[in-house]
Design a protein around this ligand. Structure first.
Ligand SMILES: NC(=O)c1ccc[n+]([C@@H]2O[C@H](COP(=O)([O-])OP(=O)(O)OC[C@H]3O[C@@H](n4cnc5c(N)ncnc54)[C@H](O)[C@@H]3O)[C@@H](O)[C@H]2O)c1
Length: 305
């Protein structure tokens, strides 16, 4: 018995990396999988891998930020497997540059693939679940680059923070129909991130994997949480943002107000704010500058971007 027996799941960007792991795990848990992938060969290869291990899968090639492709994903799930139960929005790209060097094209491409690429398949799924009067599960892919910030990734981080907000709002809109919406911030070594690692680190990792040790940054480590969030076992979990890497699953605190200053029922004067803003930092324990070691590091990264 699998967690997703009899279910139908779409995974976008499933031709490699984290998405491939998610597609394989959902199939291993009993789901029929629509493998959505920009690169047709990679998508077909993953669908074949699932079929070869006795599962059900079909590949759909195309750009998830294109409405016809997004609609075709849901259409294919229903035509091939009779229904849709969950959608995993995972497809993504990077175009890293500091803001001053960032081109219009690199801004637009990243915002388009991530935000439109999450919105359009989600809209197609939400319309299907509304019309079919069925519940459903959505998993979206955010990133710590959006939640914490990351040097050289203003386009990507803005899109990823937008995805966390998008997921929260879809959770509100889906609640009455039994639709859950959650976001993950994964971390894994894939085509997207491997090149950022020093060669010595990559060699060390390969050696430790050869010794049979747990590969903390394997992209397949993201999939168990995602399969769980796609299942009815997670029907009570919605509007949340999870961190996931290796054997670690974290939950992020939502944006929340933690301190307040008032001005006795009158509009603030900017000069008065300059005298009182520190009250917020004192009351909340939040610092005016970077909060912790990770953020201090991210503020100080220098180099050619
Ligand atoms: N790898 C990490 O550490 C990490 C960290 C945070 C977030 N993420 C996010 O996880 C997701 C998967 O990343 P990955 O590391 O596996 O990357 P990857 O590059 O290995 O795989 C991404 C896949 O998405 C596909 N894709 C890209 N644009 C597409 C489009 N428009 N339509 C259809 N398919 C498209 C690519 O062809 C590729 O197969 C991305 O959203 C990424 O931003 C990854």
């Amino acid at each position: 018995m699998g967690l997703l027996d009899g279910k139908v799941v779409i995974v976008t960007g499933a031709g490699r990396g984290i998405g491939r792991g998610e597609a394989l795990e959902c199939a291993a848990q009993g789901a029929a999988v629509v493998v959505a992938e920009f690169d047709p060969e990679r998508g077909e290869a993953v669908a074949k891998e699932i079929l070869a291990s006795g599962g059900r899968a079909v590949a759909v090639a195309g750009d998830v930020a294109d409405a016809d492709t997004a609609d075709a994903l849901v259409g294919t799930a229903v035509a091939e497997f009779g229904q849709l139960d969950a959608l995993v929005n995972n497809a993504g790209i990077l175009r890293d540059r500091t803001v001053a060097k960032l081109s219009d094209e690199d801004w637009d491409a990243v915002i388009r693939v991530h935000l439109r690429g999450h919105f359009l398949p989600t809209r197609a799924a939400m319309r299907y679940w509304r019309d079919a009067k069925r519940p459903g599960h959505l998993v979206h892919t955010a990133s710590t680059s959006g939640l914490l910030g990351n040097f050289g990734q203003s386009n990507y981080g803005a899109a990823k923070a937008g995805i966390a907000a998008f997921s929260t709002i879809v959770a509100m809109e889906g609640a009455r129909g039994g639709i859950t919406s959650n976001a993950i911030a994964p971390s894994a070594l894939t085509r997207m991130t491997l090149d950022l690692m020093p060669q010595a680190y990559r060699d060390g990792r390969e050696a430790s994997v050869e010794r049979g040790e747990f590969d903390f940054f394997a992209p397949e480590n993201i999939a168990p949480l995602v399969a769980f969030l796609c299942s009815d076992a997670a029907s009570h979990v919605s509007g949340k943002v999870f961190g996931v890497q290796g054997d670690s699953v974290e939950i992020f605190q939502p944006f929340t107000s933690v301190a307040e200053i008032r001005n006795d029922g009158r509009r603030w004067d900017p000069e008065d704010l300059s005298g009182r803003i520190d009250e917020l930092f004192t009351a909340s324990g939040i610092q005016a500058g970077p909060e912790n070691m990770m953020l201090r590091m991210r503020h100080q990264i220098l180099g050619e971007h």
